[in-house]
Design a protein around this ligand. Sequence first.
Ligand code: GAR
Length: 191
Amino acid sequence: MRRLAVFASGNGSNFQSIANAIKSGKVEAEICLVVCDREDAYVLERARLENVDSFSFSAKDYSSKAEFESEILKELRQRDVELIILAGYMRLIGPTLLHEYPQSIVNIHPSLLPDFPGKDAVGQAYEAGVKETGVTIHYVDEGMDTGPIIVQKTVPILDGDTIGILQKRIQETEHDLYPSVLQQLCQQQLT
Ligand code: GAR
C-alpha cells in the first residue's frame, strides 16, 4: 500500500475525490498526511472528517521556503510518505522536497500544459477564446507547472459556457482522472 501525502491550499475537492476512491477500493493507497499552506482552508476540515492527519503552516512565519519545507519534510518522514500529490497547492516546490522525493511528486493542473500555466488557468483559457482546454497530470520539477507530463485529457469549451460551467466540467474531469492515474502510479504501471 503506497503512502501518500496530499498538498492543497483551498477547497480540497481533489483531496476528497482521492479519499473517496481509496475508500471504495479504486485506489490502493493510504493518505497519511494533508499539508496545507492556509490555516483557514476547507481542505483541513475535509482531512479532519476523513481522519487524516494534517500539517498547516503560514509561510510568513518562516524566513525562507527551505525552512518551512524542512518542517514539512519532518512530518513526511515521520509517516514514511512515499509519494507527494499536489492537489491545488499554490506554491512552487523547492529543492528541499525535490531532492528528497525525486520523480515522486505529481501535480494536477486545469489546462493542457504548456498552455495556460500558473494561476487561474481556467479563466485564462476562457478569455483566450479557445475551443478546448483540459487537465494535465505531470511530475513536478522546480518550474511552474513544468515537469514531464504523465497524462492529459481534453475538455471542450462549448458555446454558451460560463466560466462557472467550464470550471465544473474541468473539475469533474479532474475528480475522475486523478484517482485513476494515482492507482496506476501506485501499481507502478506508469513511469
Ligand atoms: C484544481 O482545479 C487544480 O487543478 C488547480 O487548483 C484547483 C484546486 O481545487 N491547481 C492549479 O491551478 C495548480 N497550478 P480543489 O482545492 O477543489 O482540489
